[in-house]
Each structure stands twice: as C-alpha cells, then as structure tokens.
Design a protein around this ligand. Structure first.
Ligand code: NDP
Length: 312
C-alpha cells in the first residue's frame, strides 16, 4: 500500500477543518486535508446562513464553504478528495488509511469529520431513500414543489426545513412526537404562523407507503393510538445528527452519544498528537462559527505539539 508522511493531516472539510487548515498552513505545517464524504460539510446542504459574523446580508452555505476552501488553498493547504476509512493510533507517527488504498503517516491528526443526519430506522425509509425520502429539505424540496409533503422532527432544523418546504409545497404536515416542540420560540412562531403547515402533535411515523416512490405516510397518534394515512410525495427526516466518529472508537474516548471527548478548553484528545474540532466533538453548540473557532484551536494545539517535539 502506498505510504506518505506528513506533518499535519486534517480529516474533514467543514468550517472546523478549513479553519484548522488556514491556521496550519499559515504556520508552515504544510497540511494535507481530505474532504470526506460530503465536501464542504453540512453547510453545503443548507441555504442562507444569516448568523455567521462578517456577512451582514447573509451568505449561501455552499458559497461560504467554497470561500473557506479557497482561503485554505491560498496558504498552501493540499486539499484532496478522499475518505478516511480506518486509523491506527497505537504508535507514532499516527496512521490514517484513505479510501482503503493509501496510508498517511502523520505527526499530527486533526479530526473534523462533523456529524451526519439521523434516520428513524424504518425499513420503508431505507428502501425509499432518494425516491421521496430525504434528510435535506434544501437539497430535495424542489422536487416536490406544488405537492404535499411530510416532515418529522421538532427541533430548529425541522422548523427551518418545514418553513422552507412551505414556500415550495402545497401542504406540509409536521410530525411532532410530543405535545411540544424543542425548537426555539422564534422558529416555532414561524412554523405556527405559516398557513400551509399543519402540525400533528403526539404523532409518529408508522410506515412510509409506496412501492417505488413515496405515495403516503401512515402516522400514529400516541395519545389515541389511532392511525391515518396522509397522501404525500415527499418524506423529510429532520431529527438531529450523529457524530462521524466510528473509525476512531478503538483509540479515542467518546461520550455516550459518540462525540469525541476533548480536554476542556483544548482540542486535545486522549491520544497525543490527535486533535478534534467541530461537530464531531461538540454536542452543545454545533454552529459554523463555533466549529471554525475550535478548528483554529486544533491548529494552534497541533503547532505547539510539533514545536515541543522539534518536528515543526
Ligand atoms: P435536535 O436534536 O435539536 O432536535 C431533534 C428533534 O427531532 C427533536 O424535536 C426530537 O424530538 C425529534 N426526534 C428525535 N428522534 C426522533 C424520532 N425517532 N421520531 C420523531 N422525532 C424525533 O436537532 P436539530 O437538528 O433540530 O438541531 C440541532 C442543533 O442545531 C440545535 O442546537 C439547534 O438549536 C441548532 N440549529 C440551529 C439553527 C439556527 O439557529 N438557525 C438551525 C438548525 C439547527 P424530542 O424533542 O421529542 O426529543
């Protein structure tokens, strides 16, 4: 297998990974960054970002991530396509296998693999994924314009996506499993004030119906135990995310939800020379700007680690 040695390897290309890359390249660490499954990360599947400082009029997520990438490349980051498929942190330098075909030996590894959408786990959901079932309203809502859709979830993501879908679709049914929503008050108000969103409280998905494409959703009211079928062409899942930490679990300490544990106030993991930043280690804030801030911390921690070992 091909082997390459680098000072600093960055895994993941969201705000955390690219910010780490900007700092690491400006510090002369010649970082190599692998973009992972979803180049640009979660912001590439959102539309307007209105809360990232410095953009008074807002910015489109994909455009912002393209700017992050350009800025990292301008200082010499080697940005590559590829997915980290396994790691070996048992000896130094650390080894990361890319696409099962190449090993990168790295003195420092910065993990910024982010988080991915959660699914309900129904057989019909997996079978009809891409044929009406989606976890990204902004990506796929366009296909269902003028039609009825169902969305599951009651957090800020679900609220945001429901209002987005309401602009495109004739009717949006929002399934909320409790009698209240988790979303922030302002987002809840937006949902409740949108005429073509109908919230179904205490309601869960029983089955998604359709042979080759979504035709209807059978829902169940948890209070009355009644089921009913809602004709719909699109079924959107917006029930949160899980951290992309599976390949690290044999070496790194994770919390009960799979988030990588870092030493508070730092990006350091329990393995020397391995740092984590962004959503893969942040259950609490999960914002682009906090991810970017933690990416900066990881690059500075990596730089100091290399300097202390005279590897800089
Ligand atoms: P959350 O974890 O906040 O919410 C997940 C929602 O899905 C909850 O309402 C939960 O219900 C529901 N849910 C979970 N599992 C199931 C299931 N099996 N069946 C039905 N419903 C289920 O995730 P979000 O992605 O919404 O938000 C993540 C973070 O990102 C939050 O901190 C949020 O504030 C933030 N965010 C901010 C935005 C903004 O400021 N513009 C936009 C989007 C997200 P229950 O409440 O019953 O647990």
């Amino acid at each position: 297998m091909e082997i390459e040695r680098v000072k600093c390897l960055i895994i993941g290309s969201g705000p955390a990974g690219y910010t780490a890359a900007i700092y690491a390249s400006r510090a002369g660490l010649s970082p190599v960054l692998y973009q992972g499954l979803q180049p640009g990360g979660q912001l590439t599947i959102t539309n307007d970002v209105e809360n990232y400082p410095g953009y008074p009029e807002g910015v489109m997520g994909p455009e912002m991530m393209e700017d992050f990438k350009k800025q990292a490349e301008r200082f010499g980051t080697d940005v590559r396509y590829g997915i980290a498929t396994s790691v070996d942190f048992s000896s130094k330098p650390h080894k990361v296998t890319i696409d099962d075909s190449k090993v990168i030996e790295a003195h420092t590894v910065i993990i910024s693999t982010g988080a991915s959408a959660k699914w309900l786990g129904l057989e019909s959901e997996a079978r009809l994924n891409g044929s009406g079932v989606s976890a990204c309203a902004v990506c796929d809502g366009f296909f269902y314009r003028g039609q009825d859709v169902v969305i599951v979830g009651a957090g800020d993501t679900a609220a945001e996506e429901a209002t987005y879908l309401a602009n495109l679709c004739s009717k949006v049914y929002m399934l909320v499993r409790r009698d209240e929503m988790r979303a922030s008050t302002i987002m809840q108000e937006r949902v409740k004030n949108t005429k073509n969103i109908e919230i179904l409280w205490n309601t869960v998905t029983d089955e998604i119906l359709g042979e080759h494409a979504v035709e209807a959703v059978r829902v169940k009211n948890l209070v009355t135990n009644e089921t009913r079928e809602i004709p719909a062409k699109g079924f959107f899942v917006a029930i949160g995310h899980e951290p992309n930490s599976a390949i690290f679990k044999d070496y790194l300490k994770l919390d009960e939800n799979g988030y990588i544990r870092t030493i508070p106030g730092t990006s350091k993991t329990n393995v020397d020379g391995v740092f984590a930043c962004g959503d893969v280690q942040d259950f609490t804030y999960r914002q682009a700007v906090t991810a970017a801030g933690s990416g900066c911390m990881a690059a500075l921690d990596a730089e100091r680690y290399l300097a202390a070992l005279n590897l800089h």
